[in-house]
Design a protein around this ligand. Structure first.
Ligand code: ZN
Length: 147
């Protein structure tokens, strides 16, 4: 059944029959060389498993897998994924990644939607007395000082 999935993947990869196999093994070697740290290795395995799961769902949706095979393979993949997530959790990686992503998203949102000084129409304050003044006015309504 794994053979059938591989064959289907090769066919899906754009009609090439042999090239994807060579490319696949070359890519795998590159990943091995690049994956110097435990974290990198785990992240790679995680993404491979999630890709396999997606492929599996696709195969099942296309009717190429029996439900029993699908359930068994899905359980295998999810078991693997759970083990990897546990290891990643121990490394503190997933938490750090989440935090890093949150930070990135927050800073991007701030750039996109953040207040723009002087153009937002928000209340400004008089430099002399600190009273709120209406944007665009030349003199403070409270103390009469030029703004
Ligand atoms: Zn004032």
């Amino acid at each position: 059944m794994l053979w059938a999935i591989c064959a289907a993947l090769v066919l899906m990869a754009g009609g090439y029959v042999l090239m994807p196999l060579f490319k696949e093994s070359e890519a795998a070697m590159d990943i091995d060389l690049l994956a110097e740290t435990e974290l990198d290795r785990l992240m790679d395995r995680k993404s491979v498993i999630y890709r396999n799961l997606k492929d599996l769902e696709f195969e099942y949706a296309m009717g190429r897998l029996s439900e029993a095979d699908y359930r068994r393979l899905e359980a295998d993949y999810k078991n693997d994924a759970a083990g990897i997530l546990e290891k990643l959790d121990k490394l503190g990686a997933s938490e750090d990644l989440d935090k890093a992503m949150d930070k990135e998203i927050t800073s991007r949102k701030a750039k996109l939607f953040g207040p723009r000084p002087g153009r937002s129409g928000e209340a400004q304050r008089c430099p002399s007395c600190g009273a709120e003044v209406i944007a665009g006015k030349k003199f403070c309504a409270d103390c009469g000082q030029p703004l």
